[in-house]
Each structure stands twice: as structure tokens, then as C-alpha cells.
Design a protein around this ligand. Structure first.
Ligand code: B12
Length: 285
């Protein structure tokens, strides 16, 4: 009753309350009110206090981490992604590109940072809003890298068409977008069908555009069947087309069991495979 009364009072303009800070119910009410009223930016204090703690009646929540992060300080790209700071991630990427190869920035910094975020999400120390913010920060960094890469060489003669798609049911596209930029950088003409793409769209585009190579991405165990179905339909209706697959949940062995022609661990592997496919078409191998 006290905690609810407190929330109502806050809602009605109470700005200085004398309460017992050791009361779990009162503190929950206070922290929740701040988060819901937009007074706790990105719900950071709330998350720092309660993440990883199982909420249960009668349980005392003690010693939440303090939110003493100096956002103004020059955080690294990895930290900016993990903390979901979009603007800083872009700046950090730009700084790194002065000294590091773009691929090293992606593989050595962005991917490991996203991996840590993913593990935290799995363990319950990171919540979905944070995952979203980290993804946004990674996208921003990636946009900076993409611009840098495209200055290098998009206007060379095209080597051939490649379709890319994240399979139906799956909205993860950061990895696929990296593959796209790299393929484009190596002068392939990429038809990017986006994410959550039905098998029929992939097949129809492959037939209509006479594309010899299709790349499919799936990041979840639940969407691998959708990848399998896309491959099945491609084999049935566009039998000459080669299919390369990628995404964190796949392995070389599993890719074979769903009849993909190639498994690509990372974006560079997709370029190497595409080079081989198109060299084969030209009779070079
Ligand atoms: C960022 C992220 C998100 C973002 C996606 C933003 C976006 N626009 O992509 C958001 C927040 C939206 C999100 C949502 C969800 N996510 Co998520 N997400 C992640 C996270 C943290 C990172 C993925 C990533 O971008 N990695 C970095 C890129 C560069 O790596 P990559 O994709 O593997 O790509 C490289 C290679 O694999 C390869 N590759 C990839 N694709 C392709 C394709 C081709 C053709 C080729 C050749 C190569 C290739 O090359 C790439 C570059 O080197 C992962 C955790 C993880 N560690 O993977 C979870 C993760 C994938 N998500 C997960 C889940 C469960 C979800 C949600 C269901 C959560 C929810 N409850 O709503 C939703 C999914 C909704 C849906 N229907 O798809 C789980 C999946 C678990 C599982 N095993 O099935 C993971 C593993 C987190 C976890 N550990 O629980 N997610």
C-alpha cells in the first residue's frame, strides 16, 4: 500500500520524499517510477540495479551496480556497442579506421562485442532493450565502416550477380549487411532482398535475374528450418544455382545436412567462395 501510495504521489508531483531506503518495495516503486516516467535515461539505473537478479517476493535486492559510467569519456568501440551508445560507436569506428583495417575492426572488435552482449542476454544480465541499443550502436559503427569501404572501390567492372537474404522469420541482418558490403567491395553486384524473406521470393528473384549464387543468413535455431526450406525450393526450381550459407548458429557440418553448397564462417569466406563460383562459370577453374 505504501509503495503504491508513493508511486501515486510521485505521479502527482511529489519531488522530495522521506522514505525508508531499505524497504525493497519502496525502492522498487521509486526505481520503476523513474524508468516509466522517462527520468532514467535508457532505463540505465533500473537495469544496473536489477539486471541478473531474480525478482521474487520477500527477496531483498542489495548492492546493485552503480551507474557511474562517464559517457563523456572516450569509450572504445567495444564499450560503446556493449553500452548501446550509438553516437560514440560511430565516432570510435571512425577513429579506428585511421589505424586499422576495416575488416579487423569488424571481426576483431564489433563481432566480439556483440557476442558478449548476446551471452549476457542468454544469461539474463542484459535485457532486450539493451540488446536493441547495442544492435543500433553496431549498425552505426558499421555504417561508418561501409562508407569508408565504398570510397575504396565500388565502381570497378562488376563480376556477377549474387542474391543475399536473411531467411523467413529471422530479422537479424547485421552479418548479412557486412557480407553485402564486402561482396560489393570485391565488385560483385549484390541483390539484397533484406530480412524475413520468404523462400518463394528468393527463388523467383534467382530465376528472374538469372543469378548463379545465392547467400542465405540465419541467426536462430528456430529459423534454420526456414533456411532448409529455401534451399529445398531453390534446388527444385532453380537447380543450377549455388547456395552459400552463414550465421552464428550454423556449422560446416550442419550446412551440409541441409544441402547448402558452402558454409561461410565470415564475410571474407563469402568473397572467396563467390570468386570460386564465378571463376568456374567463366571456365577458369
Ligand atoms: C544484434 C542481435 C539482435 C538484434 C538484431 C539487429 C539486426 N538488425 O540484425 C535484435 C535486438 C533486433 C535481435 C532480436 C532478436 N534476437 Co538476437 N541477437 C543479436 C546478437 C547479439 C548479435 C548478432 C549479430 O549481429 N552478430 C554480429 C554479426 C556480424 O555476426 P553474424 O550475424 O554471425 O555474421 C557473420 C557470420 O556469421 C557470417 N554470415 C552471417 N550471415 C551470412 C550470410 C551469408 C550468405 C554468408 C556467406 C555469411 C554470413 O558473416 C558475418 C560477418 O562475418 C546475437 C548474439 C550472437 N552472439 O550472435 C543475438 C541472437 C542471435 N538473438 C537471439 C534471439 C533469441 C533474438 C530474439 C528472438 C529475441 C526476442 N526474444 O525477441 C529476436 C529475434 C526476432 C526475429 N524474429 O528475428 C538469440 C538466438 C538464439 C538461438 N540460438 O536461436 C541470440 C544468439 C542471442 C542469445 N544468445 O540468446 N537480436
Amino acid at each position: 500500500m505504501n509503495a503504491t501510495f508513493f508511486a501515486l504521489a510521485l505521479q502527482n508531483g511529489l519531488s522530495a520524499a522521506i522514505i525508508n531506503p531499505n524497504s525493497e518495495a519502496m525502492m522498487r516503486s521509486y526505481m520503476s517510477y523513474r524508468a516509466l516516467a522517462g527520468l532514467d535515461e535508457h532505463c540505465k539505473e533500473y537495469i544496473d540495479t536489477y539486471s541478473g537478479q531474480v525478482a521474487g517476493l520477500g527477496q531483498t535486492i542489495r548492492g546493485g551496480k552503480t551507474a557511474e559510467t562517464s559517457v563523456g569519456a572516450a569509450l572504445s568501440l567495444e564499450e560503446s556497442i556493449e553500452k548501446g551508445l550509438k553516437e560514440r560507436a560511430g565516432e570510435a569506428a571512425l577513429e579506428l579506421l585511421k589505424e586499422e583495417d576495416p575488416l579487423a575492426v569488424i571481426n576483431g572488435r564489433m563481432v566480439p562485442a556483440l557476442d558478449r552482449v548476446g551471452k549476457g542476454f542468454e544469461k539474463g544480465t542484459i535485457f532486450l532493450p539493451q540488446l536493441l541499443m547495442s544492435a543500433e550502436a553496431a549498425r552505426e559503427a558499421f555504417a561508418v565502416i561501409k562508407e569508408h569501404l565504398s570510397k575504396a572501390g565500388l565502381d570497378r567492372e562488376k563480376k556477377g550477380k549474387v542474391i543475399l537474404a536473411t531467411v523467413k522469420g529471422d530479422i537479424h541482418d547485421i552479418g548479412k549487411n557486412i557480407v553485402r558490403v564486402l561482396l560489393e567491395n570485391y565488385s560483385f553486384d549484390v541483390i539484397d532482398l533484406g530480412k524475413d524473406v520468404p523462400p518463394e521470393t528468393v527463388v523467383e528473384t534467382a530465376i528472374r535475374e538469372q543469378v548463379p549464387l545465392v547467400g542465405l543468413s540465419a541467426l536462430m535455431t528456430t529459423t534454420v528450418p526456414s533456411m532448409e526450406e529455401t534451399i529445398r525450393q531453390l534446388h527444385e526450381r532453380a537447380p543450377g544455382v549455388k547456395i552459400m550459407v552463414g550465421g552464428a548458429v550454423l556449422t560446416e557440418e550442419y550446412a551440409r545436412t541441409i544441402y547448402a553448397d558452402a558454409y561461410c564462417r565470415d564475410a571474407m569466406a563469402s568473397v572467396n567462395y563467390a570468386e570460386r563460383v564465378f571463376a568456374g562459370i567463366k571456365g577458369e577453374i
